[in-house]
Design a protein around this ligand. Structure first.
Ligand code: NAD
Length: 423
């Protein structure tokens, strides 16, 4: 298998992004019980696997990424959600983790956002100008590669055109940012802005939930974006959890009909020994006009695990996610400081790898309930990178994809409302 991930050019920027990007926003929000070393570990692992693109934000992420964690002194007894972390932690944690990589700054690409904050939206020139200084300080960086106006459908699009983007251009001239982007859910916001700004002003768009098996409407916009030289990042290839075996979080805005169809598709895949998330990643990755697929590689559900049983004969341990959805089996062997880690979903091994995780061995032997988020984040990073590499070698699993597409046909391209009415 190829050693590194494919790098793809991003519009006219000259940047080359790894086809799989690391969505770091959720990462920061749950770092209560996790050390900086652990955070650095998952970023390092991603980087070593070829991920060079890290996306963050100064606001709290969607409610599935609400930050909960355990107070250290309660670690043994209490897995309840006891602490909430505000929005800016992701940038801080990512900044530390990137610094700890110790590689030249030009080897990784960082994007952050402006205009959406814990206390609401503010796309004024004054706020976004202040915002980048705050972000740079938290990230411990001199510049970010991309600064994106965040979820612009929640602001006035005319303000974005006339005030926010000109303010970002000044930041570009000042060397604080290299490129300007806009993000949002409704695709119409991109054309609205791009039709009204001078060519070359907006370098990148970040769209989410519109290039996946259930919704591929971004495809229609790609020729337009290409003609304008605008780079395309597509986030949420798993439709924010819809295209996973464990299903979406409760807050997910999709209709019950869409949720049910995705779950039926996931169940169908599972029956056939396939994993819907892998197929969904490969579907999104297969369009090379999209530079990077930004996937969230950890979530509360994946992070909070309880050790359920231990089978000493086979040195295997079964963990269950809180919420009891997906059993995950970790297998470790001697020597004690080296784990061989495997994740089994009922119908087969998806990934088999090796990690040095000596500190967790003690926890395992103590049979304490433990938070195993890091392991799972690593597993997801490995799985998603492996999905990309396999795609490069074997191509898409057309048969399985067409079966899923058939199940999702009645809800194809169904989305949900986002934003404020525009005048
Ligand atoms: P996603 O579609 O990437 O889904 C993430 C969920 O899938 C998480 O619960 C994760 O644990 C799970 N998952 C990831 N890999 C998996 C695998 N291999 N198997 C099973 N489950 C897996 O959606 P997302 O997290 O919302 O989006 C990803 C990133 O994109 C975000 O972190 C953020 O950086 C970016 N994003 C930006 C915007 C915006 O700017 N407006 C909006 C959405 C997402």
């Amino acid at each position: 298998m190829a050693k590194t991930l494919e790098l793809r050019p991003l519009g006219n920027t000259g940047l080359k992004l790894s086809s799989v990007g690391f969505g770091a926003s959720p990462l920061g929000n749950v770092f209560g019980p996790v050390s900086d070393e652990d955070a650095a570990g998952s970023v390092r692992r991603a980087f070593l696997l070829g991920i060079n693109f890290f996306d963050t934000s100064p606001e709290k992420s969607d409610s599935n990424f609400f930050a909960y964690g355990k107070k250290e002194e309660e670690e043994e007894e209490d897995l309840n959600l006891v602490r909430f972390y505000g929005g800016t932690l992701s940038e801080k944690v990512l900044g530390k983790a990137l610094k700890a990589l110790g590689v030249p700054r030009n080897e990784y690409i960082v994007s952050t956002k402006c205009g959406r904050y814990v206390d609401g939206f503010d796309f004024s020139a004054e706020r976004v100008t202040r915002s980048i200084d705050e972000s740079l300080e938290r990230l411990q960086l001199d510049y970010v590669d991309i600064l994106q106006c965040h979820d612009i459908e929640f602001g006035s699009l005319d303000q974005i055109v006339k005030e926010t983007i000109p303010a970002l251009q000044k930041l570009k001239e000042a060397g604080k940012i290299r490129f300007i982007g806009i993000t949002g859910l409704p695709l119409g916001v991109f054309t609205y802005v791009l039709d009204r700004v001078p060519p070359g002003t907006v370098d990148v768009i970040l769209s989410y939930c519109h290039y996946g098996i259930n919704d591929s409407t971004l495809e229609d916009l790609l020729p337009y974006l290409k003609s304008k030289g605008v780079g395309v990042i597509s986030a949420s290839p798993l439709a924010m959890g819809l295209l996973t075996e464990s299903g979406p979080p409760e807050w997910h805005p999709a209709s019950p009909e869409l949720k049910a169809a995705c779950q039926a598709a996931a169940a169908n895949c599972k029956e056939k020994g396939k994993n819907i998330s892998k197929l969904a990643m490969q579907y999104s990755l297969s369009n090379k006009d999209i530079s990077s697929i930004l996937v969230g590689m950890n979530s509360v559900r994946q992070r909070f695990l309880i050790m359920n049983s231990m089978n000493s004969q086979f040195h295997s341990v079964t963990f269950y996610e809180l919420g009891i959805v997906k059993p995950i089996r970790l297998v470790y062997r001697k020597p004690p400081h080296m784990f061989q880690l495997a994740t089994y979903y009922e119908l087969g091994i998806l990934y088999y790898g090796r990690f040095t995780l000596s500190s967790y061995l003690t926890d395992l032997q103590l049979k304490n309930p433990i938070v195993f988020w890091k392991l799972i984040a690593l597993v997801l990073v490995e799985e998603n990178v492996a999905a990309a590499k396999e795609l490069g070698i074997f191509g898409k699993d057309e048969k399985s994809l067409s079966e899923i597409e058939e199940i999702l046909k009645p809800v194809k391209n169904q989305t949900w409302p986002s934003g404020i009415p525009q005048s």
